[in-house]
Design a protein around this ligand. Structure first.
Ligand code: 0PR
Length: 377
């Protein structure tokens, strides 16, 4: 019954009924379209340990508040500058919104615009709507990286931010952030890097990429622990190079134990901060590198095998996202779904998209390849 009854029910009844809902959810083992995964077991423990904490009233939770500062410092260290500031958000969407919110507040423009790549995550469409900003979508080159000439042509006096993506949602591509950084400095514009997915991948790849605070023009970065950071949901990271950008986000909170907030949400889960702290401390860079190397091994295996049966990738994978030219994508996706596989589709060109997360086993990948080969033939 959907309504709340007058008399309560036994704990067992309620929990059993919850189970009956939960078993209908899709287990991750055949999911190839998600950027989230099983949280690391230490993240779950830490999450439980801090379950009641609320970062919305930081003065009541000074311990958890300090922990959050440590997590931000650790994220900054991973991304080229431990002297950053920021906070743990609910995910990539909130981080992107707040980064652009800060850029907009720091520049007085009546008709602000930003320039992003056409392959930007749909959170930038929410930004256009919420912040009343013109979000200009720049062209991409044949490798699905942002076209710098087109970026430059779209900049004007009302451009409050440029955005580069380090790990695009659809192709896992990395925009030329060094060049964007140079452009941002030359034109004196805020540069945001959306590394929601890439932050916990790119530093651990064999190939080196310039994408973070090591570049002098980078003003802010989105880096999500709840994606490849193996943290519990909802954990996003928002980092700013300068304290000033947090200050322009501040709202006065007269009756709290703290006198202002810079977060978009009010009440805010501290448990994910503890979870992020726990996984980062427990795994260390070596631990994350092993997860990334494992995902990249599966990625290479998929490409190698699909090529054998005549299916080519649309781009050579940069990270653990594979995009395959399978012919009629919708038909293949549906046929895979019949076999229990969850995949997704890119927009332009239309192709089969697979996100290769740590929850996939080598055996499952072989089973998937077997099914895919049969379907494609
Ligand atoms: N920036 C990038 C580059 C992203 O890929 C995403 C999400 C975001 C920002 C927004 O992050 P939040 O969803 O944390 O707000 N990318 C995936 C997507 O929307 C997220 C996802 C996760 C999708 C699990 C499906 C899924 O099962 O495609």
């Amino acid at each position: 019954m959907p309504h709340m009854r007058e008399e309560g029910e036994s704990e067992k009844n309620v929990l059993d009924r919850l189970d009956s809902y939960h078993v209908r959810d899709i287990p991750y083992d055949k999911v190839l379209n998600s950027m989230c995964t099983h949280p690391h077991h230490i993240a779950i423990k830490a999450h439980e340990q801090f379950i009641e904490t609320n970062m919305g009233d930081g003065g009541l939770f000074p311990g958890t508040y300090d922990l959050e500062q440590e997590v931000i410092t650790m994220l900054g260290q991973l991304l080229g500058n431990s002297d950053v500031c920021g906070y743990i958000t609910t995910g990539g969407t909130e981080s992107n919104i707040q980064a652009i919110h800060a850029a907009r507040n720091s520049r007085k423009s009546k008709k602000p615009n930003i320039v992003v790549s056409g392959s930007a995550h749909f959170s930038f469409d929410k930004i256009a709507d919420l912040l009343n900003i013109d979000v200009r979508k720049a062209e991409q080159d044949d490798q699905f990286k942002i076209d710098l000439n087109d970026v430059e042509s779209k900049i004007d006096n009302n451009t409050v931010a440029l955005v580069g993506i380090a790990g695009t949602t659809e192709f896992g591509q990395i925009d030329p952030i060094r060049e964007l950084s140079d452009l941002a400095i030359e034109k004196d514009i805020f540069l945001h890097v959306d590394a929601a997915f890439g932050a916990f991948v790119i530093p651990f790849l064999d190939m080196e990429y310039e994408f973070d605070f090591n570049l002098p023009g980078v003003s802010s970065i989105t880096a999500d622990p709840h994606k490849m950071g193996l943290c519990t949901i909802p954990a996003g990271g928002l980092l700013f190079k300068d304290q000033y950008y947090l200050e322009v986000l501040q709202t006065k909170t007269p009756y709290l134990t703290i006198d202002s907030q810079y977060s978009l949400t009010g009440t805010r889960c501290g448990a994910v901060t503890a979870a992020a702290y726990a996984v980062m401390k427990h795994l260390g860079q070596d631990g994350y590198r092993q997860y990334v190397q494992y995902c990249m091994k599966l990625t290479r295996r998929i490409i190698e095998r699909t090529r054998e049966f005549g299916v080519e990738p649309v781009i050579e994978p940069v990270m653990n996202i594979v995009v395959l030219d399978v012919g009629d994508t919708d038909v293949v996706k549906k046929a895979l779904e019949k076999k229990g596989w969850y995949t997704s589709v890119t927009r332009n060109p239309k192709a089969l998209r697979l996100v290769i997360m740590p929850h996939l086993t080598e055996t499952k990948v072989e089973e998937f390849l077997y099914d895919l080969e049969k379907i494609c033939k």
